[in-house]
Design a protein around this ligand. Structure first.
Ligand code: FMN
Length: 193
C-alpha cells in the first residue's frame, strides 16, 4: 500500500488535544493542501480562516454558546441540537475541544458548489494534518449556526466576507488521546463490470 493510501486509512477524528501549538510551517502546509482541493468550475471562492489566538478561540466558543442559547427548543428540534442547547447552559461549556487551532471554511452563499468545495478542502487539510502527525476533527456547530445574527457578527469580526456562509470547520492540534479505531466499513461498494 502506498503512503498516501495508508494516510487516508489511518486518519481518525481526534477530540482531545495537547496544549502545544502546531508550527507555522505545518499550518501553512495544511492550508495550502486545502487550497489545492478541486472546486466546482475552479472557482476557489472559499476562504480559510485559521484561528490560533487564545482570546479569539474563546470568543468563538462563547459566540457558539450564546447562539445555541438563543435557539428555542420546540417539538421538532432535533435531539442532538437539544443536547447542544442544554450543554450551552454551562458557562464553561467548550465546543472546540480545547484545540489550539481552529479553521473555519466559508464560501459564497449563492454558489451551489460551496458545500462540496469546502468539504473537499477540509478533507485535504485533515489528511495533510494527519501526514504531519497532527490530529483533527470536523466540527459542525458553527456551520449549523451560520445564519444566526449573533454568529454573523462574529464572522464580520473575523473578516469573513458578508457574501459567505460557513460550510465547515475543523479543529487541529497534537492528539492527547488515542482516537477510537475506525468502525468496520459498511457494504457500500458496487462494481459493475
Ligand atoms: C460533515 C461532518 C460533520 C461532523 N461533525 C462533527 C461534530 O460536530 N463533532 C464531532 O466531534 N465530530 C464531527 N464529525 C466527525 C465524525 O463524527 C467522524 O468523522 C466519524 O465518526 C468517523 O470517525 P473518523 O473520522 O475517526 O473516521 C463530523 C464529520 C463530518 C464529515
Amino acid at each position: 500500500m502506498n503512503s498516501i493510501i495508508e494516510n487516508m486509512l489511518t486518519r481518525r477524528s481526534v477530540r482531545k488535544f495537547k496544549e502545544n501549538q502546531i508550527s507555522e510551517e505545518d499550518l501553512s502546509t495544511i492550508l495550502m493542501a486545502g487550497s489545492y482541493a478541486p472546486s466546482g468550475m475552479g472557482m476557489q471562492s472559499w476562504k480559510f480562516t485559521a484561528i490560533q489566538n487564545p482570546q479569539t478561540l474563546k470568543k468563538v466558543n462563547e459566540a457558539i454558546r450564546q447562539a445555541l442559547l438563543s435557539i428555542p427548543i420546540v417539538e421538532e428540534t432535533h435531539p442532538y441540537v437539544v443536547s447542544l442547547i442544554e450543554k450551552a447552559q454551562d458557562e464553561s461549556a467548550e465546543f472546540l475541544y480545547h484545540a489550539p487551532t481552529y479553521i473555519i471554511v466559508s464560501n459564497l452563499k449563492d454558489n451551489q458548489n460551496s458545500m462540496a468545495d469546502c468539504a473537499l478542502a477540509i478533507g485535504n487539510m485533515m489528511l495533510a494534518a494527519h501526514s504531519l502527525g497532527i490530529g483533527s476533527c470536523w466540527l459542525n456547530q458553527l456551520p449549523g449556526l451560520t445564519h444566526l445574527p449573533l454568529i454573523r457578527e462574529l464572522l464580520n469580526d473575523l473578516d469573513i466576507p458578508k457574501t459567505h456562509d460557513v460550510y465547515g470547520s475543523v479543529v487541529m492540534g497534537y492528539a492527547a488521546e488515542e482516537p477510537k479505531p475506525a468502525d468496520p466499513r459498511k457494504d457500500v461498494i458496487n462494481i459493475i463490470r
